[in-house]
Design a protein around this ligand. Sequence first.
Ligand code: SF4
Length: 356
Amino acid sequence: MERVKIRRKKTRCIYVGNIPIGGGAPIAVQSMTNTDTRDVRSTVRQVQQLFKAGCEIVRIAIPDQDAARAFNKIKAAVDPPLIADIHFDHRLAIAALKAGADGIRINPGNIGSRRAIEKIIEEASAREVPIRLGINAGSLPSRILKKYRHPTPSAMLETALDYIRLFENLGFRQMKISLKSSNVLDTISGYQMLSREVDYPLHLGVTEAGSLVSGTVKNALGIGTLLLKGIGDTIRVSLSSNPVDEVRAAYEILRALDLRHRGPEIISCPTCGRCEIDLLRLVKKVEKALAGIAASPKVAIMGCVVNGPGEAKEADIGIAGGRGQGILFKKGRLVKKVPEQELAETLVKEVRKMVN
Ligand code: SF4
């Protein structure tokens, strides 16, 4: 049997700054800063860290007018397109748009009156800036909750469709939609139903997913299942962790599905009683040293000769451990034996040589 092939659904294309989303464009990776937006220096530093890690669009919370003023300065100092995250007050959206936001994220349910939503749309239209309709299971309108009793996938869908129609009636189509729940199965059902109804690009994510390990697993299953079905145009892995971890996790999800590749792929064994080198330390060291590299060679780090030579040969570069040493392979060919204490340095040097 041949390997599974993902057929992506063709959606409309919108642009967040210079980044295309939908229409068959590569799935864009997003994250969000967790600094105090009013602290311009820290926020700029974090945006640039995210950008360096491969984050293509960064979202920033705008909780008040001071944050909107800070957003102006942040925008002028950073590389990636910025999305302003707005709740409750449409005036913050207008201020962020005036400050040069490349996109706005709102949950129309908490913006208030229809006139307030119209004002945001008018300003975004005039500037040709897209809006993400962010539907969240935790904040559905009371009318919908009364009808469905719980924030079910159908409840999220009906909420999304109501807002989409409202935006369309106001002549606005530059939008992408998210339908997030902290429940993975509800998230999958909601997006699947929405994808059948509309051709707007979809922003995927599992909300409030948790810490690095549990959150990554939930996101990988939620986002990964949808991507596998061809659904989704941009992703944000939300984690209670450093946002740079979100970007790394996003690329690992995309890599696992062969959708995008960024950074070296480390293939390492879990180790067992046969391992005669300190493999866990070696993997950590090599992974850290290669973290900033955008190219994506396959690097195998294997504990012994059982699967080691096989995996190391399939990789671009690899080592198979032995007693106090490792055998270095390059492009499937045995190169030399390296003493254990020189393994990390040799591997990193060889990878750098290869990608340069
Ligand atoms: S490669 Fe060797 S050390 Fe690693 S898990 Fe397999 S048998 Fe154990």
